[in-house]
Write a protein that binds this ligand. Structure first.
Ligand code: SF4
Length: 205
């Protein structure tokens, strides 16, 4: 099965999933979207109101800000894969519960296995916890670590800037670290099976 086929299969399974209580209140499941061979994967928290309406990730105000952040490093959302730790909207935008994250974990694991991204950016504390354990996001944001042969970078969730304007510059500053990190991975990955974006895809480089 190709990566495109596996991602389509995951999306199909997600749309009919009843593995946690979030299925009962969703309008549309939101599996995620982006190129199957993307070298960059962004993992957020869960769908909000607009995402639940449209079945697409990051299409509300936080999504608009994410697009601005991507543009600041000369990327568009069409160049990266974007998904969440839970694929169905927590009612009232509450935090996803541990049992819900656990129930949904296999879908995200399979997406990562299919895409094989070189760099994962966690947006918010719930996706951060996959890789940084109990660390506080206020301590690790903007930092990178290697996990399973790929670079994982922790960032605040773009929605945090909408509610806490003082974080807006912090997120912008953290995003500016990404191009250099991607370039570092690209250099180290010269012997890998799938290169990170080259200069034609990432004009900054
Ligand atoms: S959040 Fe995940 S585990 Fe829960 S119903 Fe939706 S797809 Fe299934």
């Amino acid at each position: 099965m190709t990566a495109i086929e596996e991602l389509a299969q995951i999306a199909k399974e997600v749309s009919g999933c009843t593995s946690c209580s979030l299925h009962s209140s969703r309008k549309n499941a939101v599996p995620g979207e982006g190129p199957a061979d993307s070298s960059l994967l962004f993992i957020g928290e869960g769908p909000g109101f607009h995402e639940n309406e449209q079945g697409r990730p990051f299409v509300g105000a936080a999504g608009k800000f994410l697009e601005e952040l991507l543009a600041s490093i000369r990327l568009s959302r069409e160049q990266v894969f974007i998904c969440n730790v839970v694929k169905c909207r927590p009612p009232g935008n509450r935090d996803p519960q541990p049992d819900e994250i656990e129930a949904c974990r296999a879908y995200l694991d399979r997406q990562i296995a299919a895409i094989q991204p070189k760099v994962i950016v966690t947006l918010g504390r719930f996706s951060m916890a996959r890789y940084f354990g109990a660390s506080k996001i206020s301590s690790v944001h903007g930092q990178a670590k290697t996990v399973d042969g790929r670079l994982v970078v922790a960032m605040f969730h773009p929605a945090a800037a909408l509610h806490q304007p003082d974080l807006k510059q912090t997120i912008k500053d953290d995003f500016q670290k990404l191009p250099a990190l991607i370039e570092e991975v690209r250099k180290l990955d010269s012997a890998g099976s799938k290169p990170v974006p080259d200069a034609t895809q990432l004009p900054m480089f």
